[in-house]
Design a protein around this ligand. Sequence first.
Ligand code: 13P
Length: 340
Amino acid sequence: MNAQELIFTARELVADDKGLLAMDESNPTCNKRFAALGIPQTEDARRAYRDLIITTPALCDSISGAILYDETIRQQTKNGTPFVRAIIDAGIIPGIKVDTGAKDMAGHPGEKVTEGLDGLPKRLAEYAKMGARFAKWRAVIAVGDGIPSRDCIEANALALARYAALCQEAGLVPIVEPEVLMDGAHTLGRCCEVTEEVLGRVFNHLRSQPVMLEGMLLKPNMVVPGLAFPTQETVDEVADATVRCLLRAVPPAVPGIAFLSGGQSAELASARLNAMNVRFKSQLPWALAFSFARAIQQPALAIWRGEDEHVAAAQRALYHRARCNQAARRGEYDAAMERE
Ligand code: 13P
């Protein structure tokens, strides 16, 4: 492991108020999003869609890194350029999702544990050789009656830490993603409690593996009430609760926190990130950035719908969302940007 390179890459991923574009949906997830819009669920349609994203003009103005899926990292643009090469040429750092999915946890109904540690060193070495400089692993924590259990949090936190240590050994910056899900009718207070506990366990395991905190990024959920909870707090209340929770749980050595969007609307995700930066940016030890999938891609996907003649308009929508989120990092986003 070259510590300086890891630190450099981790910092580069959150520099200049840019953020990450998660385009690493697994085939089943990508197909589900395509099916909802009547787009054919084929390998070529997935390739064409990722081509559209990667060739968006000037995407590197606001996007520092792109997270790919195994199928995508082996594909090429329609001109025959490998996607990794096209991303690097576009001024963006390529990354790769390396977990193999969240699976039902034995003896723990309603809970999942993320798999993918078996054979991971070999896969990491292959991805690094292909040009990837960072990786991602997502754990999911459901909130409900009697869950999450301590066992589920522990199993996922340990797997995240083992993955992160292996990444650093392979020269890849690990993005550590413990996602407390928005599904359910829990309060914002409950989300805060669970998020703080999960992050606490994750950092305990990261320290004991040991993982160099300066050479990783955290990708957490924002602290929000469950989607089915009848009242939703204001943007500022969500910003306050999220930052308070992170200040308690995330060591200052971590260079950046890049949120997932988790099913929030694109506008709300931008507004909440903006509020955090308006209210707290100058007092925080880490950068507050974004690593959105749906909140950057969804408007573009809905415009594209699998049609070649919609590519340019979809790329404009993607570029716009990326710019909105860069503005949110600066605390300069406002609803008027949505009318530009
Ligand atoms: P969303 O922003 O759509 O939650 O996706 C982020 C992600 O990378 C999930 O692993």
